[in-house]
Each structure stands twice: as structure tokens, then as C-alpha cells.
Design a protein. Structure first.
Length: 489
């Protein structure tokens, strides 16, 4: 039996969970959790790499104490951030993706190359703003660097692994061609971006070394460092029991990622205008998806309410939201105002401004705001799934939901009603499970993710939510989603 340690580096928290397959059952066990406190250095919002490595080593020690020898470990993280190495030294602290300066040169990129042409070069919807900005601000570092390395692989290299980058994370750098699984050299040339620092890219499941004894002197085992699907969403989707016939999913967390698992990317102008992105998935598949702000919108509200002495606990908020019912108002969470609020925390003000601009009543009470957010998230996610299915010309019998939203029964019910299909909710710890499955495949305990998903379906706690025809006030969910479609961006 191989013991795998999944390390998930989130925006605010890092979790370590040990996983095994024994007696035909997949088990996941939490062993350590610590806060991820990003810091400000010279006016830059950056990752604290030293603190992350220290916390991971502590977690590895606790894992040994709790479950015994650890055979493998793997690290996944949020998307897009990277470091530069020269002679294995980090040249500057990696930016955190919420630093607004990273997105300050997008207009310059658009002048060089239309967004749709960038999409047709990569299959990814979005210009490489963070990469472009850093080449301009830190040009000297790019000239000195031996290699760029994605954030999860940077942490692996700090532990003793080789500094290469995994495919799913490479996609999120926005300069990677999803079709050839290689760097998009034509795009890089047209945007005058350096390609010589871009690293070797490997698929998930590759080994990059072992933990250095000097980094973790109190760790007795000698764990192999494995590359999982290292963009956290890729790991999460890898844990959902999808099939070719039922390939629709919704990953829920700070961000929501509705999408489809496909065998080939869809790189067309129609896909660009949908809008949709192609990202590397598991077992050679592609995740065809669109990211939108998720539960972080509610978390920002809860943080403000707590500071003001207002109701902020989940149970009373959800009870109050259920009393309100999924009626007016609706917001398009994909609108620019809510993308900005995802970063600056001004969600309640953004809701007020949006509702006033769209001639809707403004929700004032905590329960009404919670209901507005849950209904809007459910309706927007359903609309995206419907649009993606229409674009590829397929139908499904159900949608699989993973992540923190699995615990939110009210949201699950509203999403099932909005999408008009049964929603199979679970597993909750999808990211950790997908990470573990990659390690177990490396260890030879499963052949592929298809087999791993069979273990998930057999052992994970799953709930099924059937769609309701109408809400508490008699308005059909078709009416609600059509009302959402009519809202301005």
C-alpha cells in the first residue's frame, strides 16, 4: 500500500491530506492545515515562499507521525503564478495573482494582437498579462534567469525536486498551445515575449526527485516528489466520476469553474465568443470551461458583516436566504464589477450599484444578499454549462459538482433547478483526491484516472439533487436563467 500526500496551496489556506487505496477503498485523511499569508514587498503583493516551505515540511513531519512513512507527495495550487530561478536561487518573490499591477498592461497587449487571435494561438481565453508585465518590470531578472517555473513546481524545487513545469499549470500561463502541448512560439514572437526562460513541460504523473534531507531533516521517510495535475482545478476535475457520455462538471470554491471534459480542444472563434477556455485535463483529456467569481463573493460579504457585528455565520445566513427564495434581484457575477470585487472585497457595494444600474431592487439584509448571490451563481453556472454543451453539440444526463459547494445544500438545489438536470454532488475534497490519484497512478496502484474515478464513485459520499420545475414563487428556473441572460455585463 502506497501512502500519498496531497498538498493543496490555496489563496488563503494550505491543506495536506494523506491518501491510500486499501481493501478496494480509497481513503483520504487530513493531516495538517496552515494559513497562507501573502505579503507586501516593495509595493508588490507576493507569495511568502519561505513560510510555505516551512509549513509544508511541518505538515510532512505530522503526516509521518499520523499515518507512517510517506511514499510520495505532490503539490497543486491556484493558477498562473511563477518564479524565476538562476543557479537554483529565486530571483524575486513570486507575484500573487491578486496584485492589480499584473493586469495593468493588458491594453498594450491588445494593441499588439487582438484577443481572438491570441485565443486561436493557445486555446486559452485571456491575454498573458502577468507574464508580459513582469518581463517589463523585471527585465534584468528575465535576462539572468535560467528558467521560469510554475508556483507548485517552484515549491517542489525548494523541497529538492527538479524545476520543471506540469502541463495543466503551463496552460494557465497563457502562452501554451493546448493542441501541440508546447509553448506558443508564434504568440510569444508577436507579443515580443521571451521564450528562452520557459521550462520543460511534463505531463502529470512524472517524478521530479525526492525531498532533500537538508530541507526536511526530521523527516524519516524519503518521499518521491510527483507532478499531479498541478492547477488545482485540474486535480479537482480528475476526482469527479465523469465519463464520455456525462462529461459536464462544476467545480466550486473561491472561483466557480463550469465546464466539460473533452477528448480534443475546441479552438474556434465561436469558442472564443462563448467565451470558453481549453485547459489540460487528466488521461490526455481537455477541460473546456469558463471561470467566474465564486463563493469568495459571499466570503467578502461575510467578512464585512462580521466586522460590523452583523449576521455572518453560515447556518443563519442560509436559513434566511431560503426564506427569501430565489426571486429578484439577479446579478451577472461575470460582470467586470464583480471580477474587481473578487480582488478588492467591495462585493456589497458592487451588488448595490449593479442592481441600481439594472433597475432591480437592492438587497439590503444579509439573507437577501446571500440569496441573491446563491441564485445568481447557480443561474450563471447553468447558463455556462448549457452554452458549452450547445457549442459542442452534445447532451448529458447529469452534471457533477465538486468542491466546497457540495456542503451547501441550498446552492446544490438551486443549481440543479437552474441547469434542469440531476446534480451529483461530491466529493467535497475533490482537489486532494485528484492529487492523490495521480500519485497512486505513479505508484502503480491504479492504471489511470478512469480507474481512480471508479474508486471515487464507490467510496466517496455523494448526494443527488433532482431539478425542481419552479421556485417558491412560481417563476420557472427557465425564466430565471433567461432573465440572467438579458442582464448587461
Amino acid at each position: 500500500m502506497s501512502v500519498a500526500l496531497a498538498i493543496d496551496v490555496g489563496s488563503s489556506t494550505v491543506t495536506l491530506q494523506a491518501g491510500t487505496i486499501e481493501n478496494g477503498r480509497l481513503s483520504i485523511e487530513a493531516v495538517h492545515r496552515f494559513p497562507n499569508r501573502t505579503v507586501n514587498v516593495d509595493g508588490r503583493h507576493v507569495w511568502d515562499i519561505d513560510a510555505l516551505v516551512e509549513g509544508i515540511v511541518t505538515g510532512l513531519e505530522r503526516a509521518e507521525a499520523q499515518v507512517g512513512a510517506v511514499d510520495t507527495l505532490a503539490i497543486d495550487s491556484t493558477a498562473g503564478d511563477f518564479g524565476l530561478l538562476a543557479d537554483d536561487d529565486l530571483l524575486y518573490e513570486p507575484y500573487f495573482y491578486r496584485d492589480p499591477d499584473l493586469w495593468s498592461t493588458m491594453d498594450e497587449l491588445a494593441e499588439r494582437m487582438p484577443d481572438v487571435e491570441m485565443f486561436l494561438e493557445t486555446g486559452y481565453h485571456g491575454a498573458p498579462g502577468p507574464y508580459h508585465y513582469q518581463t517589463r518590470r523585471h527585465g534584468d531578472a528575465f535576462e539572468r534567469a535560467d528558467t521560469l517555473v510554475g508556483l507548485p513546481q517552484l515549491l517542489c524545487s525548494e523541497l529538492g525536486g527538479e524545476p520543471i513545469t506540469e502541463e495543466s499549470f503551463a496552460t494557465t500561463l497563457r502562452v501554451f498551445d493546448i493542441r501541440s502541448r508546447s509553448w506558443a512560439t508564434n504568440l510569444l514572437d508577436r507579443l515580443d515575449l521571451p521564450s528562452d526562460v520557459l521550462p520543460r513541460v511534463e505531463p502529470a504523473g512524472a517524478s521530479v526527485g525526492t525531498v532533500d534531507e537538508g530541507v526536511a531533516p526530521n523527516v524519516e521517510s524519503d518521499p518521491t516528489i510527483v507532478l499531479p495535475p498541478s492547477h488545482d482545478t485540474a486535480s479537482a476535475v480528475g476526482a469527479l466520476p465523469l465519463s464520455a457520455a456525462n462529461n459536464a462538471f462544476l467545480c466550486t470554491g473561491s472561483w466557480f469553474i463550469p465546464g466539460l471534459e473533452l477528448s480534443e480542444p475546441v479552438v474556434t472563434e465561436d469558442a472564443y465568443h462563448t467565451p470558453a477556455s481549453n485547459e489540460v485535463g487528466v488521461d490526455g483529456n481537455v477541460r473546456f470551461l469558463h471561470n467566474i467569481p465564486g463563493f469568495s463573493l459571499l466570503e467578502h460579504c461575510r467578512s464585512r458583516w462580521e466586522s460590523e457585528g452583523r449576521t455572518s455565520e453560515y447556518e443563519p445566513l442560509l436559513a434566511a436566504a431560503e426564506e427569501v427564495g430565489p426571486d429578484d434581484p439577479l446579478i451577472d457575477v461575470d460582470a467586470a464589477a464583480f471580477m474587481d470585487a473578487q480582488f478588492d472585497g467591495g462585493v456589497e457595494d458592487a451588488i448595490e450599484s449593479y442592481c441600481e444600474r439594472t433597475d432591480q431592487p437592492v438587497p439590503r439584509e444579509e439573507g437577501a444578499i446571500t440569496s441573491c448571490l446563491l441564485t445568481s451563481l447557480a443561474a450563471k453556472s447553468a447558463v455556462i454549462v448549457e452554452d458549452l454543451l450547445d457549442l459542442v453539440g452534445t447532451e448529458v444526463e447529469r452534471v457533477h459538482l465538486g468542491g466546497g459547494g457540495v456542503r451547501n445544500e441550498l446552492f446544490c438545489r438551486r443549481f440543479a433547478a437552474a441547469v434542469g438536470l440531476p446534480v451529483h454532488a461530491g466529493p467535497t475534497e475533490a482537489t486532494a483526491i485528484g492529487n492523490v490519484l495521480s500519485q497512486l497512478q505513479y505508484a502503480g496502484e491504479i492504471d489511470d484516472f478512469a480507474e481512480g474515478r471508479e474508486y471515487v464513485e464507490a467510496t466517496a459520499d455523494m448526494a443527488v439533487y433532482e431539478p425542481a420545475n419552479e421556485n417558491e414563487d412560481g417563476e420557472t428556473w427557465t425564466d430565471i436563467t433567461e432573465r440572467l441572460r438579458a442582464l448587461p455585463p
